[in-house]
Design a protein around this ligand. Structure first.
Ligand code: CA
Length: 277
């Protein structure tokens, strides 16, 4: 049966309404580079009951540092967030981790996650960007840099952001910054990276915490990682009250795109000043 035009109008307006409704409310964006504006190009609000595995890889099951990454320790809460759980199973400590490798990789823009950090010692949470070029020695970090947008191994309000490049061996190079924000131990906070071609700027709750050009700034697409890891950097896991969760409300990525040229208006349309016939 041939659909009637009115049906199509209703159908398309419904799609449009849903598209508008799905654009999330964004509290903060850094100033875009001159001549550009921000455009949301990728995001996951973690709605629903199942992690979208067209966007994310669950990592595991394998050993990772002093514990194990297990696929079933990464799951959606059912209330609009991703849970990366750290727990104990008999003699093993396990935790969850995900990345977007091969599914979403991008250079430059503004990357933000809203997260609630774990409470117990012995494991740490991180929001970071990676690519295989991190292992390439030479060309500084321009061919790929591990960009740790946030790491929280401590439980006293200290945080750290870090960059690593030229591999993890004898040529390894890194730069980082530690700071204190006691409020991050409670509730959700946003952690953001403005990645420009010539500079990184790191933000917590919309406040700049560090800017740097260390490593020359990565020029290549990188994938997102959200991880929990078990290790003594974060203290003694045997003192943890488990399970303990790293909870992520959303991840959003904005690209800077050229500002549209002003539309031709009647006042500057050609012929406006032409003499009357
Ligand atoms: Ca390199």
């Amino acid at each position: 049966m041939k659909p009637r035009p009115i049906c199509w109008v209703l159908f398309l307006s419904g799609l449009l309404a849903r598209a508008v409704a799905s654009e999330p409310r964004q509290e903060f964006l850094p100033p875009p580079p001159p001549g550009t504006r921000w455009q949301l190009v990728w995001h996951d609000e973690f709605d629903g009951d199942e992690l979208d595995e067209t966007r994310w890889n669950r990592l595991g099951d394998w050993k990772r540092r002093d514990g194990y990454w297990m696929r079933d320790d990464a799951f959606l809460s059912g209330r609009g967030s991703l849970i990366l759980r750290t727990t104990r199973r008999e003699d093993r400590y396990t935790c969850g981790a995900v990345n977007t490798r091969g599914k979403f990789e991008r250079a430059f823009g503004y990357f933000e996650a809203r997260c609630k950090m774990p409470r117990s010692p012995g494991h740490w949470s991180a929001f970071w960007l990676m690519c295989s070029g991190v292992n390439t020695v030479g060309n500084d970090g321009r061919d790929g840099t591990e960009i740790d947008i946030i790491e929280m191994p401590w439980r006293d309000g200290r945080l750290t952001v870090n960059l690593h490049w030229d591999g993890y061996g004898e040529h390894r190079k890194s730069a980082g910054h530690r700071f204190r924000l006691p409020e991050v131990t409670e509730g959700f906070h946003t952690y953001g990276l403005l990645w420009l071609p010539d500079e990184y700027v790191f933000y917590v709750d919309g406040r700049e915490v560090w800017r740097t050009r260390a490593g020359g700034v990565s020029q290549v697409p990188q994938y997102i990682k959200l991880t929990n890891e078990i290790g003594t950097w974060a203290g003694d896991i045997r003192e943890a009250t488990l399970p303990d969760d790293f909870e992520v409300d959303y991840v959003r990525v904005f690209a800077f795109v050229p500002t549209a040229p002003p539309e031709t208006s009647p006042t500057n349309a050609p012929g406006r000043d032409a003499p009357p016939k």
